[in-house]
Design a protein around this ligand. Structure first.
Ligand code: KIV
Length: 309
């Protein structure tokens, strides 16, 4: 960014006419109209802004940030304060998409009151418009709705249950388990969840749930019949430094692009090809003259125009 440029103030790429703001009721309307919901994770200003300008409907500040941004092994260690910090950056960048903050492990597991108190922080201090919680926690969903906090449920492969599940494994692989998942999804919807993320479940299970649920399902590794899809940004652009899961489609190779850019930069620095004269600031001619000769060529310095050098 140039010294005299303000990225935050730059004109956003807005379609003409601008698309209306996405709200929780708008997601419900999209399901009613059979219009697929496009969701993506983002964790910072730049990626949230790109996702928003590209027309993504829902931006999730996922606790996957623990893994793809902070380099942790799973999502368990990320804290409420870390999530708040990233949610603020995403909310600052987002104009149209619905901003949803993931409640991290431990922030809603001890008591309903603690869950509501932490959820309030995401709305009040960070600008989130909804929160997401994992598991069939109907009592907490009711309490959040009562507190005017829109909530999205998350069922199937719930990464915060990694130790109970014995790893990141596809869930609901028997007819009985599918019936259990259906019952949990229905109970969450009846408790007031505005949408349900279905992660790592067989296509047939997600299709049955999506068909019968009154609220939208948003799938990740759950097949094409869900009402919407979500991917982790770093998986989408190959920045996650891990082999892609079966459900990931890579739409770009940012790792290769960034690698090459950084290598070229290093080479240019090493051979003194960066910065060039055009990329350098210069003294005004009078000051240069004075510096070189020791004589002042300009009587009144105040007469010098503002000069960008
Ligand atoms: O944390 C996250 O990124 C998520 C999505 C995978 C749904 O919960």
């Amino acid at each position: 960014m140039g010294l005299n440029q303000s990225f935050a103030g730059a004109c956003p790429k807005q379609p003409n006419p601008p698309l209306p703001k996405v709200t929780m009721p708008a997601l419900m309307e999209m399901k009613r109209q059979g219009k697929p919901i496009c969701a993506l994770t983002a964790y910072d200003y730049a990626t949230a802004r790109l996702a928003d300008e590209a027309g993504v409907d829902l931006i999730l500040v996922g606790d996957s940030l623990a893994m793809v941004v902070l380099g942790q092994e799973n999502t368990l260690a990320v804290t409420v304060d870390e999530m708040l910090h990233h949610t603020r950056a995403v909310a600052r960048a987002t104009r149209r998409a619905l901003v949803v903050a993931d409640m991290p492990f431990g922030s809603y597991h001890s008591s309903i009151a603690e869950g509501v108190a932490n959820a309030v922080r995401y709305i009040k201090e960070a600008g989130a418009e909804a929160v997401k919680i994992e598991g069939p926690r109907t009592e907490l969903v009711r309490a959040l709705v009562e507190a005017e906090i829109p909530v999205i449920g998350h069922l199937g492969l719930t990464p915060q249950s990694v130790h109970r599940m014995g790893g990141f494994r596809v869930q609901a692989r028997t007819a009985e388990a599918v019936r259990g998942l259906q019952a949990d999804a229905l109970a969450l919807a009846e408790a007031g969840a505005g949408a349900i993320v279905l992660e790592g479940v067989p296509r047939e299970a997600a299709a049955a749930i999506s068909a019968e649920l009154p609220v939208p399902t948003i799938g990740i590794g759950a097949g094409p019949e869900c009402d919407g899809q979500i991917l982790v940004f770093h998986d989408l652009v190959n920045l996650s430094f891990a082999p892609a899961a079966k459900f990931v489609r890579r739409y770009a190779d940012a790792a290769a692009l960034f690698h090459s850019a950084i290598e070229h930069y290093r080479e240019d620095v090493e051979r003194r090809a960066f910065p060039s004269d055009e990329e350098s600031y210069h003294l005004p001619p009078s000051a240069r003259h004075e510096l070189e000769t020791g004589n002042s060529a300009v009587a009144n310095r105040d007469e010098l125009p503002d000069w960008e050098g």
